[in-house]
Design a protein around this ligand. Structure first.
Ligand code: FNR
Length: 386
């Protein structure tokens, strides 16, 4: 197995994660919806943009800092919300949040996390965002908003691309369940993941900590958990509900999961601070545009009135560079840090952040741009442009 020091890029971390995790967990992270076209296209779409360096500029000091959602960040990228981190490593969301804090960037906690929002805020002091859904149980949604205010979260992120879960066939093929269930068919895969199995036995707590009180109250037990969560997705949610949420929260609000200029305009009207251009990492509707292709048209539509965060397919510093030069204010990453978490817990998440930070700083110098604030469309062109 590749050691962490020998993980030179995100692909190496992915290989290490694959070697350490039972197959159901690895494919839950790695997979996408249907034929996984969007999953592949999210990364390959970056290849349609060329970087245009300018030379003989002073690039002795590279400044990667930026400001988004009212927060000063040391890096122009942060950790996207991802559910159920305990499936991947016993350091779970806390390990990821601590890594983000060390790198001076935002940790986003999913509603479907295995660590409560209060535990994250009690143990880390970095900038934090809570990812919320407008649930069928509006009282629970309102309760989340209040809990976030009390726990000192700086931003709220409403995910809108999940009226129901996407069709992730790898989960069926590999027998992914929450909580994990060892069956004769997947026994060998679990048995060969010694480290993971050891911690499963020591700490088998896979509760969805933010909603556990509701599940417990219903007396449904662990197996009823996913049933409960699926029952909470509300297909009637529309823009009026977003306005309601914005009023409840009255702070920086991100709408996550859009790829069209019309939706970005509506987000602005509903009171959002930022749009997260995202297709859920290719895990929801297959065949939707890559987020990187949406930056320029959406920036044209909303000007500077809305911050734009881009998420999906980012695996290299050059991807971040291209997104920012095209007009994004920041990027967020999902799988890159989850591979790190699965590979080595908090240290693995730190390695993922370090790899992207080093790549980005080197790429900035090679591009001839010393500061994130100076990146603009002059540094990037579509390959169809002459
Ligand atoms: C996600 N994502 C996600 N998004 C969200 O709003 N709430 C969630 O609970 C989750 N859970 C989740 C689990 C896993 C395993 C993955 C891989 C992703 C989507 C996530 O926030 C982000 O949009 C994508 O991961 C970005 O794409 P990349 O960086 O993974 O290519």
């Amino acid at each position: 197995m590749v050691s962490l020091e020998r993980c030179h890029n995100i692909a190496d971390l992915r290989r290490r994660a694959r070697a350490r995790l039972p197959a159901p967990m690895f494919h839950y992270i790695d997979g996408g919806a249907d034929d996984e076209w969007s999953l592949r296209n999210n990364t390959s779409a970056f290849d349609d943009y060329l970087l245009q360096p300018t030379y003989l500029r002073d690039v002795s000091e590279i400044d990667l800092s930026t400001r988004v959602l009212g927060q000063d960040l040391a890096l122009p990228f942060f950790l996207a919300p991802t559910g159920m981190s305990r499936l991947f490593h016993h350091h779970k969301e806390l390990g990821a949040a601590r890594a983000a804090e060390r790198f001076g960037t935002i940790y986003s906690l999913s509603t479907l996390a295995t660590t409560s929002l209060e535990e994250i805020s009690a143990t880390t002091s970095g900038p934090k965002m809570f990812q919320i859904y407008i649930l069928r149980d509006r009282e629970l949604t309102r309760e989340f908003v209040q809990r976030c205010k009390q726990a000192g979260y700086q931003a709220l992120c409403l995910t809108v691309d999940t009226p129901l879960a996407g069709n992730r066939e790898r989960d069926h093929v590999h027998g992914m369940t929450m909580p994990p269930r060892i069956t004769p068919a997947n026994f060998l895969s679990y048995a060969s993941s010694f480290h993971w199995l050891y911690h499963l036995i020591r700490d088998p707590d896979f509760r969805l900590a933010n909603v556990a009180h509701r599940v417990d109250a219903l007396g449904k037990g662990a197996m009823g958990l996913i049933e409960y969560v699926n029952g909470q997705f509300d297909r009637t949610v529309c823009w009026d509900d977003v306005g309601w949420l914005a009023q409840q929260w009255d702070g920086p609000l991100v709408i996550k999961g859009m790829t069209s200029a019309d939706d970005a305009r509506r987000a602005l009207d509903a009171g959002a601070t930022a749009a997260m251009l995202s297709n859920h990492g290719g895990r929801q509707l297959d065949g939707v545009p890559a987020p990187v292709d949406c930056i320029a048209p959406i920036r044209d539509a909303v000007g500077d009135r809305l911050e734009l965060i881009v998420d999906g397919g980012i695996r290299r510093g050059t991807h971040i560079l291209k997104a920012l030069a095209l007009g994004a204010d920041a990027c967020s990453i999902g799988r890159p840090y989850l591979y790190g978490l699965a590979a080595a817990g908090q240290a693995g998440v730190e390695r993922a952040l370090e790899i992207l930070e080093l790549e980005l700083a080197r790429d900035m110098a090679l591009l001839g741009c010393a500061s994130i604030a100076d990146l603009d469309a002059g540094y990037v062109k579509h390959r169809s442009e002459r």
